[in-house]
Design a protein around this ligand. Structure first.
Ligand SMILES: [Zn+2]
Length: 161
């Protein structure tokens, strides 16, 4: 039986002026923040959903409902760590992950290596297995193109035991 699986994750959150915007657990802006029940970290949310999707589990919205006060303002790292607990218990290996973050602002490329380091350490994998690309929407299309929201797509490939 082929034991390779893949999963896709997507997330979007609106942004506003504020005290800190976190993407991939790294502060990428001092004067913006996400409008979200948690810290709104689109990368960690899309990534967690892709890892859950690959093993046929419910997404983080279902596992950690935003109606639950326990998750209010929670650092998103918590969700990813909870997903990794499932992975470790079932002895599942992450082969690689690729992601695209779409944001007009802030400029994310200066944070890329720091984000890759942070995420791969949470996942317990080498940095080159977690990739991240940042794009803009060329200021067209929608709320993301207007700089009102940031979105993220993520694909994970894993090996089940
Ligand atoms: Zn989210």
């Amino acid at each position: 039986m082929l034991k390779i699986r893949s999963g896709i994750g997507y997330d979007i959150h609106r942004i506003k002026s504020g005290n800190g915007l976190y993407i991939g657990g790294i502060k990428v802006s001092n004067d913006m923040e996400f409008i979200s029940h948690s810290d709104g970290d689109v990368l960690i949310h899309a990534l967690s959903d892709s890892l859950l999707g690959a093993i046929g589990e419910a997404d983080i919205g279902e596992l950690f409902p935003d109606s639950d006060p326990e998750f209010k303002g929670k650092e998103s790292k918590y969700f990813l760590e909870a997903v990794m607990d499932i992975y470790r218990k079932r002895d599942i290996e992450i082969i690689n992950i690729d992601s695209v973050i779409i944001a007009e602002l802030p400029k994310l490329s200066p944070f890329k290596s720091e984000i890759r380091k942070k995420i791969s350490s949470i996942l317990g994998i080498e940095t080159d297995r977690f990739n991240m690309k940042s794009k803009t929407k060329e200021r067209v299309d929608d709320a993301v193109g207007n700089g009102e929201a940031i979105e993220c797509y993520c694909v994970s490939m894993i090996r089940i035991s």
